[in-house]
Design a protein around this ligand. Structure first.
Ligand SMILES: Nc1ncnc2[nH]cnc12
Length: 181
């Protein structure tokens, strides 16, 4: 039988499949894409915890519905998505790199020049679905600071593994990692 992990976030219960991602590690897979109920419930809880910021930034793809809903609740007219590849529409993209825990591969994080210009001098909240190793948040932070943004908050629905001990992030619930011995 497939192993699962039960979680309750902002009053919404989900049964997550436990997926092996390497020889010695499994994760409880938390996918908010398509899950309007959990995105909306979590976004309104995160909004209560956020300091005042001028713009929200996420990395594609799983954080996008969350950042949309948070920006809507905060009556912000836009948010910024760092893309995972350089797109043809991007002029002078600003690029950083990250190793993803789920894919175990090197990924790019790219900001369009116009988005970079918008971020300059602004207070930024980095938003993601899950903060795990922190690699992707760290790369986003570098990217934002390299274009003159001030990272005022880092927020996610879940903090996975040791991320739950961090005091510099805002999150709603803890998700364990499952070591395979
Ligand atoms: N447990 C998890 N589920 C989905 N995406 C993740 N990214 C990092 N940890 C994850």
């Amino acid at each position: 039988m497939k192993e699962t992990y039960f979680i309750e976030v902002a009053g919404v219960k989900r049964e997550l499949p436990i997926i092996q991602i390497s020889d010695n590690l499994s994760i409880a897979s938390f996918v908010i894409l398509g899950d309007t109920e959990i995105v909306c419930a979590a976004a309104s809880e995160i909004v209560k915890k956020l300091p005042e910021v001028d713009i929200l930034v996420t990395a594609e793809a799983k954080g996008i519905p969350l950042v949309f809903e948070i920006s809507r609740l905060l009556k912000m007219k836009r948010y910024i998505v760092a893309r995972k590849s350089i797109k043809p529409y991007m002029s002078s993209p600003i690029v950083d790199e990250v190793i993803s825990i789920t894919t175990q591969k090197k990924q790019l994080l790219c900001l369009d020049e116009q988005d970079a210009e918008y971020i300059k001098g602004k207070r930024v909240a980095i938003i993601d679905d899950v903060i795990s190793t922190g690699g992707s948040i760290q790369a986003l932070e570098r990217l934002i600071e390299s274009v003159g943004g001030i990272v005022a908050a880092k927020a996610a629905i879940l903090a996975e593994g040791e991320a739950a001990d961090r005091e510099d992030i805002i999150f709603l619930e803890h998700l364990p990692l499952f070591e395979i011995k």
